[in-house]
Design a protein around this ligand. Sequence first.
Ligand code: PEP
Length: 257
Amino acid sequence: MRRMLVAGNWKMNTLRESAGVLAGALAAAVPAERSAVEVLVCPPFPYLTTVGDVIAGSGIGLGAQNAYFEPPGAFTGETAVEMLRDVACRYVILGHSERRHILGETDELIGRKVAAAIAGGLDVILCVGERLSERETDQTEAVLDRQLNAGLAPVDAEAMRGVVVAYEPVWAIGTGRTASPDQAESAHLHLRNRLAERYNAGVAAATRILYGGSVKPDNAVSLLEQPDVDGALVGGASLKAELFLPIIEAAEEIVAR
Ligand code: PEP
């Protein structure tokens, strides 16, 4: 019922040439017919068009790493949802922990961005996740609840069709330290139960929940085979085709079981 999604978050990496080369290697390996798993790349804003041109016609979709909630206007340095649609983005990542904890984005701001993205026709990957100190003080579920409630505040059951949730424990992002499969499954199940309470069982069953945090080829199967893990949001390993492609293959292998 839930199609696996493997999404690459390139963060503030690549230059125009290397972005095109990476996109080309991925596009060559993921033709449109290879559709058991949905694949997405989210390059930096300046390279969205370059990458979009390279992956056009392949089995790889295009996403952005952020968006602003206002329509085009006097907001220096920001990027409107309409602009992302204009360069063929289908998805936008919102609430990434680097935006929450380095750039200071609040739950409330993220909720406004989610509302604008959905209203503007973009699908949203809403990231939630606890910091290490929060996990160590048994606040993981409270943090996930707060971030989920605020991020989904403007989203009704119908609009949840355009929302993917990503569980990304902050202590596992870019650290090489991964949540164990049990830790991931427990957090995902908690989120799914919250979706059932907030909406209904159908929405909870249909919403994809990705895991993110140091996903690599050697841990992908054990994470992706958890029953409530519906794909991966991949940072570091999405920057090398030889690491990203095996993660897609791991997802395909699980789908084929
Ligand atoms: C991310 O940035 O969303 C992420 C999961 O990064 P990494 O895979 O490098 O931990």
